[in-house]
Ligand binder design. Structure first.
Ligand code: HEC
Length: 249
């Protein structure tokens, strides 16, 4: 009985953790590591828009060559802005003391952020900025209220505004059920359409998932060969079985 109650408690805790602590429902990121092209795009967005404040110090530039299918020249020319040594980790140019003075909170290292927060949270967070004059940065975030991070991708995404549950319902007419809680609406478009921006963020989040566990790519590769081997083994075993039973029938 005790074990049963303990198991129930554990399940309850797991539920609480994945429920985003009562915050708004997370968007689905559909992040995946299937396409090297998408990971390359994610890496480009990451170094251009995130590495100025955040580091990813567990990752070395040189590793990107093999993992993302890039050449040394491409990595050196397009991805390395904070160092000129290919073996260096992805460090930030800014000093942590300065960062803390400017933002009040030092921007955390993003090496394993996808494991800590989950891909869907990251995706929602990067889509969740909206205009809020009361904040020092001029923006707030639906999924990380009062965050000190500015909306660094707003040139691409545009500017969103927050609609309360009632406003959202009025705008979408009656019968628009299923949307309880505030929603975000695009007030000023950015350089990308909402679909393009969602794809940019999906690639960026996929890259951060890769950052958190680069060995995943190796596992995928090994997994493919294991399955191919089992398939060949299956065919040969089947043929062998046929050969053995030929004389019995
Ligand atoms: C101008 C500096 C700056 C840039 C550029 C920036 N961030 Fe941030 N970021 C911050 C600061 C400051 C925080 C800390 C926010 C807080 O704790 O309130 C933060 C927090 C975060 C967090 C939350 C970490 C956590 O779990 O507490 C994530 C995720 C994040 N940033 C991702 C990104 C990504 C992805 C990019 C690139 C698109 C990016 N940031 C670009 C300053 C920046």
């Amino acid at each position: 009985m005790k074990t049963f109650i303990f198991a129930l408690c554990l399940m309850g805790c797991a539920g609480l953790v994945s429920a985003n602590e009562g915050g708004p429902v997370l968007l689905e990121s559909h992040a995946n590591l299937d396409s090297k092209i998408n990971l390359q795009r994610g890496a480009r967005t990451f170094v251009n828009y995130c590495l100025s404040c955040h580091s990813a110090s567990y990752m070395r530039y040189s590793r990107l060559i093999d993992d993302l299918g890039l050449t040394k020249e491409v990595v050196e020319k397009n991805l390395m802005f904070t160092t000129d040594k290919i073996g260096d980790p992805m460090q930030v140019a800014m000093k942590p003391v300065d960062a803390e003075a400017w933002f009040g909170v030092p921007p955390p290292d993003l090496s394993v952020i996808a494991r800590a927060r989950g891909a869907d949270w990251l995706y929602s967070f990067l889509l969740g900025f909206y205009k809020d004059e009361k904040r020092p940065t001029g923006v707030n975030n639906l999924y990380f209220p009062t965050t000190a991070m500015p909306a660094v991708l707003s040139r691409l995404q545009g500017v969103q505004v927050l609609k309360t549950a009632a406003e959202g319902e009025a705008a979408h007419g009656e019968g628009h059920a299923g949307h309880s809680g505030p929603t975000l609406e695009l007030a000023m478009p950015g350089t990308q359409s909402p679909e393009e921006y969602a794809a940019t963020v999906r690639d960026l989040v996929s890259f951060m998932v890769y950052l958190g566990e680069p060995a995943k790519l190796v596992r995928y590769k090994i997994g493919f060969w294991v399955l191919a081997f089992l398939f060949v083994l299956f065919i040969s075993t089947y043929l062998l079985k046929k050969e053995y039973w030929k004389d019995v029938h």
